[in-house]
Design a protein around this ligand. Structure first.
Ligand SMILES: [Fe+2]
Length: 191
């Protein structure tokens, strides 16, 4: 079965102080679609054909890894977003406090990591063990799963994620991203 474009899990026009529906239209409908199309072409006729996207991410390398991981990372990123600001569930709040001193401390460190992630890539909150959370920045299509860690939250810092609305102001994009995190999704990713 070829990989298919998952629908956005929200109304892309519903964000009033984040990226625009136009950005989502390109990011989801063009960029993510292109990664999915390329992954489909590359698995065709290979021993990866028929494997799930996550299996391909975990076991491939080179161009196929890049396309498959970009497809997986984008679906995960869109699931991390919600138009309506959410409270952080108690369980996650406690873990953020235990690992980053405070929720605000976590947000500051996450934002600093995302702003300083050089070039194109992703900044993650990941789980590295029972009650252990860490920040992790990857370049290009990188993903903490391949290092054995559990992704909880990610921000796409490729310029295509924000340039139409924020141009070079990545710090503003990161600040507004943090107002629209789907904390329930993040909490559901905990092991
Ligand atoms: Fe992207």
């Amino acid at each position: 079965m070829p990989y298919t474009l998952p629908p956005l899990p929200f109304d892309p026009a519903a964000f009033k102080d984040f990226v625009s529906a136009n950005t989502f239209a390109f990011h989801h409908g063009k960029h993510l679609q292109a990664y999915i199309d390329s992954a489909n072409k590359l698995v065709q006729g290979s021993h990866y054909e028929g494997k799930s996207l996550i299996d391909v991410v975990m076991t491939s390398s080179g161009p196929l890894f890049n396309q498959a991981a970009q497809a997986w990372n984008h679906e995960f990123y869109f699931n991390c977003l919600t138009p309506e600001p959410q409270e952080i569930p108690d369980k996650l709040q406690a873990l953020l406090k235990a690992n980053f001193d405070s929720v605000e401390g976590f947000k500051e460190k996450f934002a600093a990591a995302a702003v300083s992630n050089f070039g194109s890539g992703w900044t993650w909150l990941m789980q590295t063990g029972p009650n252990k959370l860490k920040l992790f920045s990857t370049s290009n299509a990188g993903n903490p799963m391949v290092d054995g860690f559990t992704p909880l939250l990610t921000i796409d810092v490729w310029e295509h994620a924000y340039y139409l609305d924020y141009q070079n102001r990545r710090a503003d994009y990161v600040r507004d991203f943090l107002k629209h995190v789907n904390w329930q999704f993040v909490t559901d990713n905990l092991k």
